[in-house]
Design a protein around this ligand. Structure first.
Ligand code: EPU
Length: 451
């Protein structure tokens, strides 16, 4: 079965969504994209083979696999299981074509440097949500003894000395960057001596990476807090590891349930990972109950209150759920203020939501959302992954048909989104851009089609 739609299909396809259909039933939450991508890079640390389970079938995972293959590593994908054998790494240079398509591919710099004493990785560049520099990654690696030169857009990092090993260091991050914490933690697993990362990111994906590294024999403590201590070991061994559930996908489906006033259930989830989202849901009047330790039911209401949200590093409100939550607040009673503090350009969904009848004004990094009684379907364009998810959420509650363009973003981050929504009873279909047909009923048992 094809795991996602090819890039030519993505660019010429649109998602048609007919709103105001109540949802019901259960949705299975996939493995976390952002944990899987970094764990795949982390497998480069292992001088034996590794098995990684519960990996979502996403375009970004396939690209990460292509990158590992380009480094001479054996990479095989069977459904949600990956087999990676990095016993031999034959190249230390990551190809620009792959890094430029996927920022997470910059993560290979830490493991390559730790394993080979050399890494050449192109600067990933900015993307639609912000400039996204890698200065914190680079400064941390330098503190661990790496020489780093940036020439013609390529970061060339190498370690001198007889054993070419990085040295443990005390590193303070100016900002608790998820990516920099992950890069430095991976690099430190094979360094000589002890590394301390202070003001580290506390995201569950960082803790998942640490657990994966520990399963391979790394000595890491404190992951999931703001101080991580890593005692370097000479090598890491084989493991069989399962990725945590995707808290951002869960958050997106909670928004889909809330906006359509539907009592859906979700599993598997780790409720502790959703605390900030659940707290804001409660503030506006939505309750959830745990039916079992990893299965949640959402208890929506007909009317919601407004609230204010500020995105922050974990355990604060996640920037990745800011856009879908904004869709929900467009239909709440009163004014909400949403402040995006993590990325400088993550309000691309605002003009598109306004095209659907929302009343949102942007001032700097703040969006002032004035609740409206209804949204109406319109042609809209997703500018990034979470903006696209927000438009899908809004479309589910809108009167009439929404046509969403820019599906390449959705396919990067949500596994089988259409199929999962169809199973819940939503009316949507992916079609070639000029097709205007009514929805074709799709059997929930049929594999996802690339229409
Ligand atoms: N930053 C720097 N210098 C650095 C690194 C980061 O200034 O060296 C800044 C960034 O520009 C940004 C802020 O720090 O303004 C936060 O960036 P961070 O490094 O924490 O994020 P990231 O590692 O680039 C990951 C996720 C993002 C998620 C953020 C925040 C992956 C592959 N990506 O990005 O996920 O939004 O953490 O939680 O793990 C998504 O899934 O849609 C997505 C964008």
């Amino acid at each position: 079965m094809s795991n996602f739609h090819s890039s030519s299909e993505e660019s010429s396809s649109v998602l048609q969504i007919w709103g105001k259909t109540p949802l019901s039933g259960h949705v299975n939450i996939s493995g976390a994209k952002n944990a899987a991508l970094v764990v795949i890079a982390g497998a480069l640390l292992c001088s034996q083979d590794c098995r990684i389970r519960n990996v979502p079938l996403l375009a970004d995972v396939t690209r990460m696999g292509e990158l590992l293959s380009a480094l001479g590593v054996k990479f095989q994908q069977h459904g949600d299981v990956l087999d990676i054998d990095a016993t031999h790494i034959s190249h230390s240079k990551a190809p620009y074509e792959l890094v430029s398509q996927l920022r997470a591919s910059f993560f290979v710099i830490g493991p390559l440097l730790a394993r080979l004493g050399v890494a050449r990785v192109p600067l990933p560049g900015g993307c639609s949500i912000g400039a996204r520099p890698v200065d914190l990654h680079v400064r941390g690696l330098q503190a661990m003894g790496a020489n780093v030169q940036i020439d013609h857009g390529i970061v060339h990092a190498y370690v001198t000395g007889a054993n070419k090993r990085l040295k443990g260091a005390k590193i303070y991050l100016d900002y608790p960057s998820v990516g920099a914490t992950e890069t430095l933690m991976m690099a430190a697993t094979l360094a000589e001596g002890e590394t301390t990362i202070e003001n580290a990111a506390q995201e569950p994906e960082v803790a998942d990476l640490a657990n994966f590294c520990r399963a391979m024999g790394a000595k890491i403590r404190g992951a999931g807090t703001n101080t991580i201590v890593i005692s370097g070991v000479p090598s890491l061994h084989t493991t069989d590891y399962s990725i945590i559930p995707d808290r951002i996908e869960a958050g997106t489906f909670l928004m889909a349930g809330a906006i359509t006033r539907s009592e859906i259930t979700l599993s598997p989830i780790i409720p502790d990972h959703l605390t900030a989202i659940l707290s804001k849901m409660q503030e506006i009047g939505i309750r959830t109950v745990m039916e079992s330790p990893n299965r949640m039911r959402i208890l929506p209401k007909q009317r919601y209150r407004s609230t204010d949200i500020e995105t922050l590093p974990y355990p604060g409100f996640p920037t990745d759920v800011q856009a879908p939550f904004m869709s929900l607040l467009t239909l709440a009673e009163g004014d909400s203020v949403i402040s995006e503090t993590v990325f400088e350009n993550r309000l691309g969904h605002v003009p598109e939501l306004n095209r659907m009848g929302a009343d949102i004004r942007v001032k700097g990094n703040h969006a002032i959302v004035r609740g409206v009684p209804m949204l109406s379907g319109a042609p809209v364009v997703g500018t990034d992954l979470r903006a696209s998810a927000a438009l899908v959420v809004a479309a589910l509650a809108a009167e009439g048909k929404t046509t969403l363009q820019g599906l390449q973003h959705l396919d990067r981050g949500y596994e089988h989104l259409e199929l999962k929504l169809q199973k819940l009873g939503a009316k949507l279909q992916r079609v070639q851009e000029d097709t205007t047909t009514e929805p074709i009923p799709i059997s929930v048992d049929s594999p996802i089609s690339s229409t």
